[in-house]
Design a protein around this ligand. Sequence first.
Ligand code: AN7
Length: 356
Amino acid sequence: MTRYTGLIERYRSRLPVSADTRIISLGEGNTPLIQLQNIPKLIGKDVTIYVKFEGLNPTGSFKDRGMTMAVTKAVEAGSQAIICASTGNTSAAAAAYAVRAGIKAFVLIPEGKIALGKLAQTLMYDAKIIQINGNFDKGMALVKEVAELAPVTIVNSINPFRIEGQKTAAFEIVDELGFAPDFHCLPVGNAGNITAYWKGYKEYATERVCGNRPVMCGYQAAGAAPFVAGHAIENPETLATAIRIGNPQSWDLAWAVQKESGGWFDKFSDEQILAAQKMLSQFEGVFCEPASATSLAGALHDISTGKIPEGSTIVCTLTGNGIKDPEIAMKQCADTQPVTIEADLDAVKRAILDVL
Ligand code: AN7
């Protein structure tokens, strides 16, 4: 038994590192692929659905896969500081890996529009947080401009090393199943992740590690769905703040994924997204953040219409942990608040018998 020390070590031969590279890792990757047991029965369809629970990465999202690679390469190149714009998860990951590397992280976030847990962890990791009166897209534009003037490495997914790290999620799925799924469903914001998964599946298929490649399904929030509109959205809005993005950075790459894989983009309302989030928690014991549940909302919709046919094997990526957004979780459960009773045995007994 060798100790698991992160995805760069595991997939070293498929990643741009040399024997001398100092690896910056927090043991990311190797996340569970959980087969849904109750939801397929509930919808009465003969489908096999797995969720790749990326919320179990060290900072609670899939961003850690990209960040271990991006920060490793930034340090290798001698960079002393990294910078990103973020809807929350990238900033948390950048901050953590920067600490690990002993360099500085600057993060630009839209004021008031990132989930509480993400803000808390980014503060704890001691990043320099710059809040802007503007959305992610504005922040991203500013980051690109400032990186021309200041000695900082951009670690958003326009950094190609981010995609390299994130493609390992596809490797893990194939290594575990022995084949690629028929359909792979993802929430789409900047579209870095859908691009990364496709790259991973393609590399494995080319090398005949697997014989098939999945159809890639990219799902967006209705108020922030540029891939469905066919153009950038000026003022994106959604409660799923992680994907509150109107001007995706991997625009062309994601359209190539759609075409090459025979996939599609679609959009779902905040109500549908929140319903999927609650369903996963209540019926499967898997608590993901709202944006992540967009993948399941889309899969369930496309299964119901037959676009994803019965007999299919489907993987939905759950990109982030539900604990990141406690405020939405509490709102989701407004009708099921805890009961408060006297601290005596009879009262506890009554409270239990009330439910049973
Ligand atoms: C939970 O943190 O863009 O399509 O700045 O946090 O690869 O952008 C987050 C994106 C999906 C979308 N789910 O992924 C950021 C940021 C969660 C996310 C996405 C994000 P991409």
